[in-house]
Design a protein around this ligand. Structure first.
Ligand code: GDC
Length: 336
């Protein structure tokens, strides 16, 4: 794994960015960490990194200021959230194109050797995700282009921007398409939370308040695959060190319906079976999605390890202790 390098992590105050900084510090790298969020909203904040709070990388001058004497850059920054956020904030999501573009320009000017871009399964063509159980999405399924509106278009466009900076200016790029990453230190309330955290939260509240039902968006039959954060970081670092510059899935191929995931969370919580109030008018996204991991196995000789039930248990326990600390107040991770 990368050692003794000077690495810029943009979006370091976010969920994946925070876990990445932790791991890179453990490997004796020197970390410059930046995020648009003020200090109090960083998910994780390490004293032994050089932290830049409230720094907006949509401003090219901020990019130019911070991309100095750096070996590698990880762009983990974008305005994002679960379906509830991305379906209702498309213009906001698309503006993240400025972060990637300005960072790439600054990297070109400074002669940065290698650049990582965090893309998403939302880049895949929607027409391939209309059935409940689908074959896992192969990297080639992003084209012909018809990604998720707003957020997905930004990711697909920015992937291409990376590719052309590599072709034209020799910046080595690495691009991961993440498939619904979850785990401790993630958003679980406030509107940006994704399904694993939202449903753990609902079960925890039902248990604490002796309620017998939870709200579920959609009919519960829609499917996804979810990747635990530790696997995400491992896959990201392996990809970064590989010589593969095309987009690669970093995801799980353990495809489950939302109903099956709720079953797992109920088992973890030891609550009796809850009634599910299906809300068909809420944001649902694609009908079925999973990751095909043939390419990642081939180019990285690696695939995810942590089963959904094990990752959910760790996530549930972390959230339970957070909710006990903060009560019914919004968590400290809810700022954009
Ligand atoms: O939000 P998400 O995890 O995003 O939703 C998955 C499915 O779970 C949706 O069909 C949603 O309707 C359903 N769902 C049921 N109840 C709830 O309470 C709930 N909250 C939420 N949030 N969902 C619920 C995500 C993007 C990410 C990222 C990943 C990449 O899409 O939002 O930004 O790009 O994809 O895989 P999802 O999986 O559709």
């Amino acid at each position: 794994m990368i050692k003794n390098k000077k690495i810029l992590v943009v979006g370091a105050g976010g969920f994946i960015g925070g876990h990445l900084v932790k791991r890179l510090l453990e490997n004796d790298n020197s970390i410059i960490a930046s995020d648009i969020k003020p200090k109090e909203y960083w998910f994780q904040d390490f004293d032994n990194a050089e932290n830049h709070y409230s720094m907006d990388m949509k401003e090219i001058n901020n990019c130019r200021k911070i991309v100095k004497n750096i070996d590698y850059v990880f762009n983990m920054a974008c305005n994002m959230g679960g379906m509830g956020f991305i379906e209702n904030n498309k213009a906001e999501c698309m503006q993240s194109v400025l972060i990637n573009t300005n960072l790439l320009i600054a990297c070109k000017e400074e002669g940065i050797k290698r650049y990582f871009f965090s893309s998403s399964a939302c880049a895949y063509n929607k027409s391939k995700q209309q059935e409940v159980f689908i074959e896992g999405l192969k990297e080639s399924d992003a084209y012909p282009a018809d990604p998720e509106d707003g957020y997905g278009w930004e990711k697909l466009f920015s992937e291409r921007m990376c590719r052309h900076f590599m072709e034209d200016y020799n910046i080595e790029v690495r691009i991961a398409r993440y498939h619904n990453i979850y785990g401790p230190f993630g958003t679980y309330d406030g509107g940006r939370e994704k399904a694993p955290a939202a449903l753990c939260r609902k079960v925890i509240y039902a248990k604490e308040n002796n309620e017998n039902k939870i709200d579920v968006w959609g009919d519960g039959k829609q499917t996804r695959s979810f990747l635990f954060i530790d696997d995400c970081i491992e896959g990201t670092l392996r990809l970064f060190e590989s010589d593969f510059s095309e987009p690669v899935n970093i995801g799980s191929d353990e495809q489950v319906s939302i109903n099956q995931m709720i079953d797992l969370i109920e088992d973890i919580s030891k609550i009796k079976k809850l009634k599910r109030d299906y809300q068909l008018d809420k944001p649902k996204g694609v009908r079925g999605r999973s990751s095909n991991n043939d390419l990642v196995k081939k180019v990285l000789n690696w695939s995810f390890k942590i089963k959904l039930k094990d990752g959910l248990k760790i996530t549930y326990e972390w959230m339970n202790s957070e909710i006990n600390k903060h009560g019914s107040n919004l968590s400290r991770f809810t700022k954009s």
